[in-house]
Design a protein. Structure first.
Length: 582
């Protein structure tokens, strides 16, 4: 135990003993009530110190230890009525326990208020507590009628002046009504916190939430019955009720601390479930065991020195300010995985660690699966980049041929026509030679255009897939029917894949199929482009006997698509492709 926690615990014990002695010696409480009340307060301090030790990074334990301190300090004005200092401290801290309880309940388990509404409500409770203590410390006078109706105090520690216009009895009643409104607001915030929590988090928070609700209900009943908070010192029944209410908060936290060590049944169920859990479903099994549907599993890949999810996609661990908690499984220098979960599960660190240990082998297998998926994703990405780079190079070559060699040949043809026009037709047969040269030039231009169209058709880039397919059908030696084709443009990689698929299919039909007709259909379905090419030829096509279909398959697969070929002998050929185009 650290020095600070030891000092707090010792101070709580000394204060509780002093309060028991003072209450019995000054005959302000029966011995049984004094002993029960202040022993319970010391137990509450002990629970708070233990929680502080278990979760030193959380403020919950420190705040919990402060609550019984605040309660005992406020009792000083009753127990030591002849001490001016004791009465002053008691008056100033009369409502100090209330904002502490509100902050503990709403900030549990992290000890930090997570929403703006929570912070505003708790800040209001602190302001009200400070205002009440300040008013009574400044304006309370033992010579006023308040002395007979509220406390019996001969003198206070500092010179007070009674203000005639200030009715402290009325102020106390009005203040209680304001506190009731704030308490009901806090109760509503507590209900909202429970509704928003995950199932596992709700089970952790529930005991403390019930204790906080009990305190609000107890105060509300007092206001309904009496119109103000009851002085439990003069009402023995309410004394015990108030003591139970104040002890319920640390008792609820103690239940949580004891419950943290439980969960053996859940762990046994996890071990059994993992035996039947397929790869990729370990996260679901852990989420069910821990009761947190929002749980995320981050798997560590040493080669990448980074975390990935079950699909192999990179994942970044959230920051502490994000409202999510992270529990690392395995050694700090070589983790296996990390759980991203509801922060309230930090109250069950034992269960978290045990669940991680029970799922160790499954997590290792999951990590290997994620590593394979990451490598596969990288392979697919590299193939897509290669296809994209190839298409870009095709477009560049097509532009170079169109803007370079083709334009030069066109200029040469024009020069030949001008030369033929200026020469006499009978001069040594020059006109005939020029005509032959012009014909050869036109043939070269046609071959160049065909080459450029094969490299990458300009019509595909400029007008889209529909126009490009019509151009293919027009140049095909086999009659082609285009049954359907989307009018709208699709991403360029999908357009190029569909075009070259149809182009290669038509080339194969013309060379090998001996078909009389070809039917082409292109349609959008969900997030894919469906391409179907059917012919009535002899069939028997085999992708393994040629590079054309294999190249098309590689192009389609590089886009994470699918390619199917049905070509039974004598039954024609059906080529079907699904090309992602999202």
């Amino acid at each position: 135990m650290s020095t600070a926690r030891l000092l707090v615990w010792l101070a709580g014990g000394v204060l509780a003993a002093a309060m028991i002695f003072g209450a019995i010696h000054n005959q302000v409480l029966p011995a049984d009530q004094a002993a029960a009340g202040y022993v319970a307060a010391f137990v509450a301090v002990t629970i708070g110190v233990v929680a502080w030790r278990v979760r030193p990074e959380s403020r919950a334990g420190l705040l919990l230890a402060a609550i019984p301190f605040a309660g005992m300090l406020s009792d000083l004005s009753h127990v030591f009525q002849t001490s001016r200092l004791a009465v002053t401290i008691g008056l100033a801290t009369s409502w100090l326990a209330a904002p502490l309880i509100a902050q503990v309940v709403l900030s549990y388990p992290s000890g930090r208020l997570s929403t703006r509404l929570d912070r505003v409500a708790v800040a209001t409770a602190w302001l009200l507590a400070a205002a009440y203590g300040l008013v009574f410390a400044l304006f309370y006078s033992p010579r006023s009628p308040v002395d007979e109706e509220i406390w019996s105090c001969p003198r206070c520690a500092i010179p007070y002046t009674h203000v005639a216009w200030l009715n402290l009895i009325g102020f106390d009643r009005d203040f209680n009504r304001v506190v009731l409104v704030v308490a009901l607001v806090l109760l509503g915030l507590l209900v909202r916190k429970l509704l928003r929590a995950s199932p596992g988090g709700r089970r952790v928070v529930l005991p403390l939430a019930v204790a906080g609700s009990f305190i609000v209900v107890e105060f509300t009943v007092q206001m309904i019955l009496y119109g103000h908070a009851v002085n439990s010192w003069t009402h023995p029944t309410w004394f015990w009720i108030v003591q139970v209410a104040m002890l319920s908060v640390p008792a609820a936290l103690a239940v949580g601390l004891i419950w943290e060590g439980g969960g053996r049944g859940a762990l046994a169920g996890l071990v059994v479930a993992l035996e039947r859990t397929p790869p990729g479903a370990v996260r679901d099994a852990l989420a069910r065991t821990l009761g947190d549907p929002s749980l995320e599993l981050a798997l560590w890949l040493p080669e990448r020195t980074s975390y990935v999810d079950a699909t192999g996609a990179p994942i970044t661990l959230p920051s502490p300010a994000s409202g999510r908690a992270v529990t690392t499984l395995g050694p700090a220098d070589a983790p296996v995985a990390a759980l991203i979960h509801d922060p309230v599960l930090l109250e069950r660190r034992g269960l978290l660690a045990a669940a991680g240990a029970a799922a160790g082998l499954a997590l290792e297998n999951e990590r290997l699966q994620a590593e394979l998926r990451a490598q596969l994703a990288e392979l697919r990405a590299s193939r897509a980049r290669i296809v994209s780079a190839g298409d870009e190079e095709r477009r560049r070559l097509e532009r170079d041929l169109h803007d370079g060699a083709q334009q030069r040949l066109l200029s040469l043809g024009l020069a030949l026509q001008l030369a033929r026009a200026k020469l006499d037709p009978d001069v040594n047969g020059a006109a005939e030679l020029l005509s032959e040269a012009d014909a050869e030039l036109r043939g070269a231009l046609d071959e160049l255009r065909e080459l450029a169209r094969g490299i990458h058709p300009a019509v595909l880039t400029e007008q889209g897939l529909a126009a490009a397919l019509r151009s293919l059908a027009h140049h095909s030696p086999v009659p082609v029917t285009i049954a359907a084709v989307p009018a709208e443009r699709v991403p360029a990689p999908a357009e190029a894949a569909a075009y070259f698929l149809v182009s290669e299919a038509l080339a194969n039909v013309a060379k090998h199929a001996r078909a009389t007709r070809v039917r082409i259909s292109v349609a959008r379905a969900d997030r894919s482009l469906l391409v179907d090419v059917d012919d009535d030829g002899v069939g028997g096509a085999d992708p393994s006997h040629g590079s054309g279909l294999r190249g098309l398959a590689d192009r389609v697969y590089a886009l994470d698509g699918r390619l199917q070929l049905q070509s039974s002998p004598g039954s024609g050929t059906h080529l079907h492709a699904e090309i992602p185009c999202a």
